[in-house]
Design a protein around this ligand. Structure first.
Ligand SMILES: Cc1ncc(COP(=O)(O)O)c(C=O)c1O
Length: 340
C-alpha cells in the first residue's frame, strides 16, 4: 500500500483549520512536580491538559482536521468510525461543527461518560463486545458494514494523515508557548496506543525543539509499541489489558509507525497501580481529574521511569483526557490511598 506519511508542514497547515473551532488548550506549570522530582530552579515541568477541550480529550483536534478535509465531498453521507470513546466524541463534535451525521462503534464496556458526551453532539452509537473482538474482529466488521449500508465515509481514530496532523496542532501549541517564554525542552512524554497522538506531537516537538527526547508511555499490559521498538517492526498484541481503556489498541497504525520510529526511540511502561497513584496525585496536588489513559505519562514521571537528570531543559507531560465515570474515579482514588 502507498501511504502518505504526514510531516511538520502538515501540522502547521492544520493549525488555522483546527483553531477555527477550538481555542488552544493551556499548558500548566507544575511546581508540585518540580518539587517531587527535585529539579533545580531553572528547570520547569509543564502539563498539557487536554481535559480542557470541549470533549474532555485531545481527540477533537484530529477529528476536526479530518472533517475539514472530507466535509466538502461528503454531501448527505454520514461518517463512521470505531473508537474506545474519545475519538467518538471528538468526531461527533467535529461532525456537528460541519453539519454532518456521525455513527460510532464503541466497546460495550466504555465509560458511561464517553457514551454521554458522544450522544450529546447528536451522534448515533452502536456497541460491540470487546472481550471477544480479538477472535471475531466484530469491531471492524460492524464499522465496515455501516460504511457500506449507510454509504458512510470511514474515519480511523489514529491511522490517518489528517488525524495525525490535527493532533500535532496541540504539539505546536506547546512549542509556541514554550518559545514565547524563551524556554528550552529536554523531555516530552506522551501516551502511545494507536500512535496518532504521539505521532502528531512528535512532528511538532521535533520541528520546534529538535534536541528534545520524545518518550512514549504505555500500560505494562498493552506495551505493543515498546515491543515494536525492540523488534524493529510493528508488533501486534492480541490481548492488551489495562485499566487504561483508551490505550488498548492492538498495534500502532501504519502511518504512525514510520514517524514514531524516527522521532520516538524510547518507550516506557507503567503498571495500573502506578496509574491509579498518578490519578490520585494529580487530584491531590492540582485538583485536576484525569482518566487512567490520560495520566500514564504522569505515572512515568512520578516513578522516575524516565532518566531526566542528565539534561538541562524543561519537561512536558501530556494529560490526554479526563473522561472517567465518578464511581470508577472514586474506586481508583481509594485503590491509590490503600496502596500508599
Ligand atoms: C485519553 C486517551 N489518551 C491517549 C490515547 C491514545 O491515542 P492514540 O491511539 O492516538 O495513540 C487515547 C485513545 O483513545 C485516549 O482516549
Amino acid at each position: 500500500m502507498n501511504l502518505r506519511i504526514p510531516d511538520a508542514s502538515d501540522v502547521l497547515q492544520a493549525c488555522p483549520i483546527v483553531h477555527r473551532h477550538l481555542t488552544p488548550i493551556p499548558l500548566i506549570r507544575s511546581l508540585a512536580l518540580e518539587r517531587h522530582l527535585g529539579l533545580p530552579a531553572h528547570r520547569q515541568v509543564w502539563i498539557k491538559d487536554y481535559g480542557w477541550s470541549p470533549v474532555g480529550s485531545f481527540k477533537v483536534y484530529g477529528a476536526l482536521r479530518w472533517m475539514a478535509e472530507h466535509a466538502p465531498t461528503l454531501g448527505d453521507r454520514p461518517v463512521a468510525a470505531h473508537s474506545s470513546g474519545n475519538f467518538a466524541s471528538g468526531l461527533a463534535f467535529a461532525a456537528r461543527q460541519f453539519g454532518k451525521r456521525a455513527i460510532l462503534v464503541m466497546p460495550d464496556t466504555a465509560p458511561k461518560i464517553k457514551f454521554q458526551i458522544t450522544q450529546s453532539f447528536g451522534a448515533q452509537v452502536l456497541t460491540y463486545q470487546i472481550a471477544t473482538d480479538h477472535l471475531t474482529g466484530i469491531r471492524d466488521q460492524m464499522t465496515r458494514q455501516i460504511a457500506e449500508q449507510e454509504k458512510a465515509l470511514q474515519a480511523s481514530p489514529y491511522d490517518d494523515p489528517m488525524v495525525i496532523a490535527g493532533n500535532g496542532v496541540g504539539g505546536w501549541e506547546i512549542v509556541q508557548t514554550l518559545q514565547s517564554q524563551q524556554r528550552s525542552l529536554s523531555h516530552f512524554l506522551c501516551a502511545v496506543s494507536g500512535g496518532g497522538l504521539m505521532a502528531g506531537h512528535a512532528l511538532a516537538i521535533h520541528a520546534g525543539f529538535p534536541d528534545a527526547k520524545c518518550i512514549g508511555v504505555e500500560p505494562e499490559g498493552a506495551d505493543d509499541y515498546r515491543r515494536s521498538l525492540a523488534a524493529q517492526q510493528r508488533t501486534r498484541l492480541d490481548h492488551p489489558s489495562s485499566i487504561c481503556d483508551g490505550l488498548l489498541s492492538y498495534d500502532v497504525g501504519q502511518h504512525n509507525w514510520p514517524i514514531l520510529r524516527e522521532h520516538v526511540p524510547h518507550s516506557v511502561a507503567v503498571s495500573d497501580q502506578q496509574t491509579c497513584d498518578a490519578l490520585a496525585w494529580l487530584y491531590r496536588h492540582h485538583g485536576l481529574r484525569a482518566e487512567p489513559s490520560g495520566v500514564v505519562t504522569l505515572a512515568a514521571l512520578l516513578q522516575r521511569s524516565v532518566d531526566i537528570d542528565a539534561s538541562d531543559g524543561d519537561i512536558v507531560c501530556v494529560l490526554s483526557g479526563r473522561n472517567i465515570d465518578e464511581e470508577t474515579f472514586q474506586k481508583y482514588l481509594a485503590q491509590a490511598a490503600s496502596s500508599s
